[in-house]
Design a protein around this ligand. Sequence first.
Ligand code: AMP
Length: 412
Amino acid sequence: MTEITFAALGLAEPLLRALDARKFVSPTPIQAEAIPALLDGQDLLGIAQTGSGKTAAFTLPILHHLAAQSVRPAPFVTRALILAPTRELALQIDETVRVLSAQLRMRTVVIIGGASRYRQVEAMRRGADIVIGTPGRVCDLMQTRELQLGAVSRFVLDEADRMLDLGFIKDIRRIVAALPAQRQSALFSATMPPEVASLANGLLREPVRVEIARKEETAPKIEQFVHHIAQSGKQSLLLSLLEDDALSRVIVFTRTKHGANKVAGVLENAGIQVDAIHGNKSQSQRERALRDFRNGRARVLVSTDIASRGIDVTGISHVINFDLPAEPESYVHRIGRTARAGAEGIAISFCDGAERSTLRVIERLTGTTLTVIGEAPAPQAYQPKRPGAPGQAKRRRFRGNGGSRTGMRSAA
Ligand code: AMP
């Protein structure tokens, strides 16, 4: 933390009062650098991730600017637009905006998928000072002119790398094309692969660049283990690991929504406090699950990759990869859920024979070799008959075999 105060950054009085009420005493490094540049009207390229205080870094200057011009937004018009890759992140940003604008009159509208479109349109009928949204639904409302971006003077693209990972590039381009040329833009991203750099180039004008070291780089290393186990043995392995109380707050990642439900069901039957969070859950179900997990009412949260993004829950003791992620890059994001805020963390991956190649890509990508803590023999149903035979061929051949083995498979 720096010695600088928020007052020294030149923020308006009502914002200082809100910061005071929230007990934010001094700016985080990204706030200390980004706020003066944004107040000065410059574009910004922020390389920082969740946990750095980036949300307040872009929110405070927007509120300062909007409050200085008391304009009433026309119906379906917004004065500022903040884009986030997931609805959870959009809701977290909304919460920050509400807290920091507590002493101002601001109309904020959240436009995200998985929530009532009708209510969002009704809210836009009265116009908005700030819209916080995810790209898909924002495009949807733009198309019907129920969201109009011609008056946006402040634009933020948050977690740009995740946006691109999730395939939002087309939507983003459509949204940016609808923004006025006269505007301030800020782009935040945890990483800066070439695609993000090129997006930033097209979006920002002579931006000030602020880079904050990744937490993972300064935090103690996450201990990474792998358990080689057949798919059919994963549930019992998970149950036996959870017998240890040291696994006090655990995220279990599965590759599919169906898988998440299945695992959650098994844990629940075993009397473990568990919640699942994935794309098929309603917004209120997801929020409740997160709240329960945060306050310790649920010991385990089973999640798919997309549902977990941007979620910052402290005190996660273990991340368990029930399945390895479809995209190896997601592995880094998954294990980053533990070891937050300088705490130590443990990640355990369950790896079926069919997932070995993914494991190798992950190890190459992260430059680490995971420590093997278990090597369970595969049950007969999954055992390769001939080393080197491709997985699909094995299964096809196996299905052709008698009934009792098939029973084993479907029980898995
Ligand atoms: P963010 O990176 O925006 O997700 O923020 C991470 C966390 O830091 C949030 O829980 C914020 O409430 C908190 N935070 C942001 N700015 C400050 C500050 N200046 N002082 C203390 N906490 C802060």
